[in-house]
Design a protein around this ligand. Sequence first.
Ligand SMILES: NC(=O)c1ccc[n+]([C@@H]2O[C@H](COP(=O)([O-])OP(=O)(O)OC[C@H]3O[C@@H](n4cnc5c(N)ncnc54)[C@H](OP(=O)(O)O)[C@@H]3O)[C@@H](O)[C@H]2O)c1
Length: 212
Amino acid sequence: MVTILGTGNMARGIGTRLLAAGADVTLLGTQAAKAEALAAELRGAASGGAAVKSGVVGDPIADEIIVLAVPYAAAGSLLQRYATQLGGRTVVDITNPLNATYDGLVTPPGSSAAEELAHVVPEATLVKAFNTTFAQTLVAGQVAGQPLDVFLAGDDAAAKARLAQLVQAGGMRPIDAGPLQRARQLEALGLLHITLQSTLGTGFASAVKILP
Ligand SMILES: NC(=O)c1ccc[n+]([C@@H]2O[C@H](COP(=O)([O-])OP(=O)(O)OC[C@H]3O[C@@H](n4cnc5c(N)ncnc54)[C@H](OP(=O)(O)O)[C@@H]3O)[C@@H](O)[C@H]2O)c1
């Protein structure tokens, strides 16, 4: 159902929540052994009947939803590599396009990582999500007993709704933040949340949440 490109911290976090949602997951990494090790870890932790497969970047993608769990610097070339396979599919951009000193964004003014990546694969549908949720909180599935808020931005209502269903089924609260352009604000929020970790001493275990 969902292919995750990347086998790092966010692949673990999002993979955990997708399996909780009952979604089959395929992990594609730069190294087969690392991808299979994470697949085995996720299989061991999952309680439902969803399947976890692994492979390497370059393997064909069969799934309709593809999560880009790689650094922003690697995302564009990875999308280019898969461009011919992505027509009509949903690409979920989770990146925070941080600069080298982690105190600013590398994207041009008036744009966002999500919009820049959408230009790379115009035949795909881009949805921004998960950039404000830290990896370890996705594994835990909650912060302070509260479900995680996952902000979604995209121009295709059906693609956003399908992803929102998975987010909800995975025990989180999807919040439709609006069109893909809202990724600009979500990425600024992601940066703020990251920089506040040292201020607050929260060790990347905090969540951005809208309370009623
Ligand atoms: N960590 C968080 O809490 C968090 C929260 C929100 C958003 N994000 C975003 O999520 C994305 C992933 O972050 P992460 O924390 O999961 O990073 P990570 O643990 O360092 O994992 C990054 C993954 O990307 C792969 N990768 C790197 N360059 C690649 C390339 N050129 N081609 C293919 N794969 C490549 C790495 O593969 P190998 O290492 O095996 O080579 C690794 O599997 C980033 O864009 C980050 O901004 C992270």
